[in-house]
Design a protein around this ligand. Structure first.
Ligand code: CMC
Length: 424
């Protein structure tokens, strides 16, 4: 029980309200405002800027200091020493695995990488021009039609099985989205390869040819997945929690997260970065675009800059920047687009407008550039983000269902017409 209390008085109401103050293990305290609803008062916080929607033990962010911890471990250390799959285990289970746990987990993921052959028919139903996120959203939701044996969300074993299935199948589905768009045969996962290597194989191999996956690119891809693995209560994760709070099945919940991620203010930003760089086209045009971004009468924003939480360099962006340099040095330093990106980054970091508003390059600025160098087409960028974010979504969904929860149901400040009679 909380010993500290906040006292709230409201003009026109005699009674003072006592609101308990709770302390987390680190980070800001929260006021428990739940008792206010019983008094006919709601709090007002559009965009949830200062609302904690749940308790969580998974991820901690300090946006001012540029800190991101998963289960206490700094993201920089995980990026250097861990792998995407090990980080998945950590997010799901709370601790790093020992050797046996790691092997058991990886074997289970490997065992579930294939998708039912009927899923091929779903893909064939989509036009070749379909956006990969449209296909991913539909197909992940459709998985619930195939796995009736693990839909009891009250059973921890069912939840675990669904978690492993979704994490394992996401790269397979992501690669199928790509292959469908270019009209090539779908490639099956290779369980003799590491998780990310198998993904690159499904992306770039054909039945006639099996290109060797560069270790630099496989490592870069794995780190991109790892850096996207979770980010506490962001828009898509909150969507997954909200959908899950109604008792919806895990595949439907993850599909709702994919839908929320698609928007350009969230996961769609990496795609928007590349579109913007293409539009800028040449270093000589950068100043015009910077001027547009600063013009309050122009809705144009510099994509890949700014973050709701980070008012400092996003620690993921720091790691990503380093990988970006490594990948570009080996594969693409001559691309004019990359020259534009490097110059844009430099100018924005030195410009008063961006410094004053603490608008640093975010993770999507660099991930788009690296993905292009790896050969991933722009329209697939958000699918890559979704594949990386899947363990985070599932960890939060599972955390919510593992303790008592209520259906999420925000209130509103109603400003519409008051009661009136239908004419006649
Ligand atoms: N370019 C130019 N000005 C910007 C930008 C930008 N990218 N981002 C914010 N601003 C300005 C904004 O106009 C406002 O200025 P003023 O105070 O003069 O009105 C000020 O900075 C604060 O912006 P805000 O809209 O209140 O910030 P927010 O926290 O609501 O938005 C954001 C955060 C990420 C949506 C926004 O910075 C943005 O649209 N960035 C570009 C899109 C992007 O890169 N998104 C990826 C986010 S990271 C990946 C993820 O989490 O999914």
């Amino acid at each position: 029980m909380s010993k500290r209390k906040a006292r709230l008085t409201i003009d026109g109401i005699e009674k003072a309200f006592e609101l308990p103050v709770y302390e987390g293990s680190t980070g800001p305290d929260v006021l428990d405002v739940r008792s206010l609803a019983g008094e006919g008062i709601f709090t007002y916080d559009p965009g949830f800027v200062s609302t904690a929607s749940c308790d969580s033990e998974i991820t901690y962010i300090d946006g001012d200091k540029g800190i991101l911890l998963h289960r206490g471990y700094p993201i920089e250390q995980l990026a250097e020493k861990s792998t995407f799959l090990e980080t998945c285990y950590l997010l799901l289970n709370g601790e790093l695995p020992n050797a046996i746990e790691k092997d058991t987990f990886e074997t289970s993921i490997r065992y579930h990488t294939m998708v039912d052959e009927q899923i091929h028919e779903f893909f064939r139903g989509f036009p070749r021009t379909a956006h990969p996120m449209a296909m991913l959203c539909g197909v992940v939701g459709a998985l619930s039609a195939f796995y009736h044996d693990t839909l009891n969300i009250d059973d921890p074993q069912h939840r675990l099985m669904a978690a492993h299935r979704i994490i394992a199948k996401m790269p397979t589905l992501a690669a199928m989205c790509y292959k469908h768009g270019i009209g090539q045969p779908y490639m099956y996962p290779r369980n003799d390869m590491a998780f990310t290597e198998s993904f690159l194989h499904m992306m770039f191999s054909t039945p006639c040819e099996e290109p060797r996956v560069s270790p630099t690119l496989a490592k870069a891809m794995d780190t991109i997945f790892l850096l996207h693995a979770d980010h506490e209560q962001n828009a898509s994760t909150s969507t997954v929690r909200l959908a899950g709070s109604s008792g919806a099945n895990p595949y439907a919940c993850i599909a709702s997260g994919i839908a929320a991620l698609w928007g350009p203010s969230h996961g769609g930003a990496n795609e928007a970065v590349l579109r913007m760089l293409n539009k800028i086209g040449d270093e000589s045009r950068i100043d015009d675009f910077i001027a547009r971004a600063k013009d309050p009468n122009d809705s144009f924003r510099l994509m890949g800059f700014g973050h709701r939480v980070y008012k400092n360099f996003d620690p993921r962006a720091k790691v990503m920047r380093q990988i970006c340099d490594e990948v570009l040095d080996e594969f693409g330093a001559d691309d004019p687009l990359f020259r534009v990106a490097r110059k844009l980054e430099k100018i924005a970091l030195e410009d008063e407008y961006f410094i004053e508003r603490k608008l640093y390059p975010n993770v999507d600025f660099y991930s788009g550039i690296i993905l292009k160098a790896i050969g991933i087409p722009t329209s697939l960028f958000t699918v890559i983000f979704a594949t990386g974010r899947t363990p985070g979504w599932i960890a939060h969904w599972n955390e919510m269902l593992s303790s008592p929860y209520r259906i999420g149901r925000p209130r509103q400040l109603y400003k519409g017409k008051t009661k009136r009679d239908y004419p006649g």
